[in-house]
Design a protein around this ligand. Structure first.
Ligand SMILES: CC(C)(COP(=O)(O)OP(=O)(O)OC[C@H]1O[C@@H](n2cnc3c(N)ncnc32)[C@H](O)[C@@H]1OP(=O)(O)O)[C@@H](O)C(=O)NCCC(=O)NCCS
Length: 182
C-alpha cells in the first residue's frame, strides 16, 4: 500500500538516505532542510487536507534556521512529498510551481523499491495536485542517467534541448517537457 504525504522534518533522514543512494551529487542535509522550509507554508492549508496525512506537522520557526536559509520562508513555490510503502519512506518528489509552469526538481525511489511504480504514483500525484492550472512540466536530467530518461519518456516527456555544462562535473543537461493532458 503506497501513501503520499507532505514531507516533514521527521522524514529527513530517510529522504537523505534515498538521496545519497540515488544521485552522483546528492543534495546536502542543509539543502533538503531548506527545501522543506520552502514547502512548509502549504502544509496546514488545502494541501495538507488533500494529503490526508496523519503525521503531525512540526516545523521550526524560521528564526531558528541558519540566516542563509531564512529567505526560503518567503518562497512559496516549492512542494515536497514522500511516498511510503507499508509505512516505510521509499521515495520522494520535489516540484516548484512557477507561474503557469511546473518544474520537476527531483524524484527518487530507494533502490530496493524501484520498478514497483512508486515514482509513477508520485508523478501522477503531482499532476493531480497541479490541475487545473499549469499546462506544462519542465525538467533537466543527465544524459548518462538512462533509468531516469526511460522513466521520463514513459511518463510522456519529450526532449526539447540541451543545457551545456549544467552539472558540477561539466555534464550537459537534457531539457525535457511534458504538456499536461487536460
Ligand atoms: C527514475 C526512478 C525515479 C524511477 O523510479 P521507479 O519507482 O523505479 O519507477 P516506476 O516503477 O514508476 O517505473 C515506471 C516506468 O518507467 C520506466 N523505467 C523506470 N525505471 C527504469 C529503468 N531502470 N530502466 C528502464 N525503464 C525504467 C519503465 O517503463 C517503468 O515501467 P515498467 O516497470 O512497467 O517497465 C528511479 O530509478 C530512481 O530513483 N533513480 C535515481 C534517481 C533519479 O535519477 N531521479 C531522476 C532524476 S531527478
Amino acid at each position: 500500500m503506497i501513501n503520499i504525504q507532505a514531507a516533514t522534518e521527521a522524514d529527513l533522514d530517510a529522504i537523505l538516505d534515498i538521496e545519497n543512494l540515488s544521485f552522483l551529487s546528492p543534495s546536502s542535509r542543509r539543502e533538503m532542510e531548506s527545501e522543506l522550509l520552502r514547502s512548509a507554508p502549504h502544509k496546514e492549508g488545502p494541501l495538507f487536507m488533500r494529503c490526508k496525512s496523519d503525521t503531525p506537522i512540526r516545523m521550526k520557526p524560521a528564526e531558528e534556521y541558519h540566516p542563509d536559509m531564512r529567505d526560503s520562508v518567503a518562497n512559496e513555490v516549492s512542494r515536497f512529498f514522500t511516498a511510503r510503502y507499508d509505512g516505510v519512506i521509499c521515495g520522494y518528489i520535489i516540484f516548484w510551481l512557477v507561474l503557469d509552469e511546473v518544474h520537476l526538481i527531483s524524484i527518487a525511489v530507494h533502490p530496493e523499491y524501484r520498478r514497483r511504480k512508486i515514482a509513477s504514483k508520485l508523478f501522477q500525484f503531482m499532476l493531480d495536485y497541479v490541475k487545473p492550472g499549469p499546462k506544462s512540466v519542465y525538467l533537466e536530467v543527465r544524459p548518462s542517467n538512462e533509468d531516469a530518461l526511460d522513466f521520463y519518456r514513459k511518463m510522456g516527456f519529450e526532449e526539447t534541448g540541451l543545457r551545456k555544462k549544467y552539472y558540477p562535473n561539466g555534464e550537459d543537461a537534457v531539457l525535457m517537457k511534458l504538456c499536461i493532458p487536460s
